[in-house]
Design a protein around this ligand. Structure first.
Ligand code: IMP
Ligand code: MG
Length: 342
């Protein structure tokens, strides 16, 4: 089953980067393609003691045989993209769609001044909202107009669909999380686009019948940066005591936190048409599960936590993160009847 879409189930920062980095290392997809909003998302993955962050490239950058694509619906900040291409040394396998919208300095300025976006919504200040507004007004520049990007410009939808016609594997990486969706999230405390699986496919130019599996990523607890509702939010002191205190990878802001919310999870599964679940950071909730790679070796209460989620949602939890390194994971795809494969 060659086409897998990965999306966030809560408010972003679920650990999609780690899941994508693991799957690409294990399965060597021909293509990893990024959908979503743009450089407001920071995906992190760790391997062999090094921490990597991407805001523009797919989280498959370590995998030397995977082509790295950015879909037409994604906004590109040329400075950030070119820095990442340079630091990962991926000049020969990066492809940016000719119609990706371009974030300019003026968009960032509009995002960080004034009370609405910065103070009321609590945006990341990366210029994505104002750039998408300009796109809707049809005054935004697109990637083919930017000379520095010329070596990387192509037709991402054609490339992805041609690969699928040849039965080659394609991993589609979503960004943000379901409840940051402009349409389905906690409006107005949301990002500037829909970010559910259908929108991520649209970003890369992929029709709905081309998708084989939608893997939804939940963290073992919920976090949110910026403003907006968060049910059963705990104080930062309690979060600290539990080891749940996190800081945003793009903005450095402290993330708000709450316990895993099965009702929200079920809603996210529907909105995305998810077929499989990945749970990350199980080791934060159950320290004895740190580094474990087999389900049967997880502490009983950790197994129960996962099985309760399966019971509530009716979906298999096929991947379970047990530590920061991309190899610290329980991979149950082989033992699951409808396993996610690439
Ligand atoms: P914007 O997307 O920068 O306009 O920010 C709108 C809201 O979405 C703010 O609450 C941000 O903190 C949040 N947001 C946007 N992208 C991400 C992400 O990748 N992770 C977590 N929160 C995000
Ligand atoms: Mg993030």
């Amino acid at each position: 089953m060659p086409c897998l879409v990965i999306v966030g189930g809560f408010f972003g920062d679920e650990g999609k980067g780690k899941i994508v980095a693991y799957l690409t290392k294990k399965e060597n997809p021909v293509i990893a393609v990024r959908g979503g909003v743009g450089p407001n998302a920071g995906h992190t993955f760790c391997h062999e003691g090094k921490i990597y962050k991407v805001r523009m490239l797919p989280s498959a950058a370590l995998n030397s045989t995977t082509q790295l694509l950015v879909g037409a619906g994604v906004l590109v900040d040329p400075d950030i993209l070119l820095d990442e291409i340079k630091s990962f040394g991926v000049f020969d396998r990066t492809l940016i769609d000719s119609q990706c919208g371009i974030i300019e300095k003026a968009h960032i300025q509009r995002d960080i001044v004034g009370p609405h976006l910065k103070n009321k919504i609590g945006t990341t200040g990366t210029g994505t909202g104002p750039a998408n507004a300009d796109r809707a007004l049809r005054v935004l520049k697109v990637a083919k107009e930017i000379p520095e990007l010329t070596p990387f410009i192509g037709e991402v939808s054609d490339t992805v669909n041609t690969a699928l016609d040849k039965n080659e594997s394609v991993l589609v990486e979503g960004t943000q999380g379901t409840f940051l969706s402009l349409y389905h999230g906690s409006y107005p405390y949301v990002t500037s686009k829909d970010v559910t699986a259908s929108a991520i496919c649209s970003d890369v130019g992929l029709g709905p019948k081309k998708v084989d599996d939608v893997l939804i990523v939940f963290k073992a607890y919920v976090t949110r940066v910026g403003k907006g509702p968060l049910k059963d939010e705990i104080t930062s002191d309690v979060a600290k005591a539990r080891g749940w205190l996190e800081y945003g990878s793009v903005t450095g802001r402290q993330r708000r936190a709450s316990p895993f919310d099965p009702i929200l999870a079920k809603k996210a599964i529907r909105l995305n048409g998810a077929t499989q679940i990945a749970i990350t950071k199980l080791d934060i909730i159950f320290p004895n599960s740190a580094g474990v790679r087999e389900f049967s070796k997880l502490p009983r209460e950790a197994q129960n936590f996962v099985e309760d989620i399966e019971g509530e949602t009716g979906l298999a939890v096929t991947l379970i993160g047990t530590g920061a390194d991309l190899t610290q994971i329980v991979d149950r795809r082989d033992s699951s009847a409808s396993a996610v494969t690439l």
